[in-house]
Design a protein around this ligand. Sequence first.
Ligand code: SF4
Length: 251
Amino acid sequence: MNVNLELTDHCNIRCRMCSQSLRDEAHGAPMRFMDFETWRRGLAGLAGLPDVHLCPHWLGEPTLHPAFDGFVEYAFAVNGPNRLFQRFKLHTNAVILSPERSRRLVRLANAPPGPASAAPGTFEAVHFSIDAATVASYAFVKGADHGERVFRNVARFIELRGAAPFPVVHLTMVVQEGNRGDARAFVDRWTRVLSAANRSFRVTADWPPFDQDAIYLRRLNTGDQAGADAWHAQACRDVGLVGTARPPGSF
Ligand code: SF4
């Protein structure tokens, strides 16, 4: 069962394709940050539920929460041996991703096995919403001039993860008007980064599984679905996408 415990509905950027960025109030009420007691009780309430896949996000950017690191540390501290959740996924725009935070996430994902530890692979994935290959298209699509910073933060996360098996990364671009010419450069950029880290990965046009890293050209959901589908199909053709798993450096 998928469970989203939304740490915040605030966001630090304004993506053109995101309804969160189109409204002053994401849930029809002033935006907030979850307090620790709500997080503690929410986690405790997962006990006994079947096969919980936990994501600390719904709308908003979870890393924007001022206590994000402590909240995630706490979740893993009380989860041994998977008594609350079996899988954990982080979705982030990577605007706020310091080396310390990256190391913390990699450490939590690769804690040594033991009777009181969660099973290896519990922290299975980080989904990076990048959505551009250039600073110009990033600024247009994401509504903020953070392109260089995001590209650097994600690349550094992959470098710091090194050979650690978890979490896998999904490097995502929602194909849309402002970035539909970026597909080749997007795939090339992240192919270089993943290959330098000696990671196996796939390039995909649909939601990737969690068995290895992925570069994901995502279809936009919109009112003009036929138009968005055509952009997506062209982006896939631009990269020769066949969606098969590839060893490092072979794409
Ligand atoms: S980063 Fe996520 S929550 Fe924020 S505007 Fe973009 S898609 Fe929406």
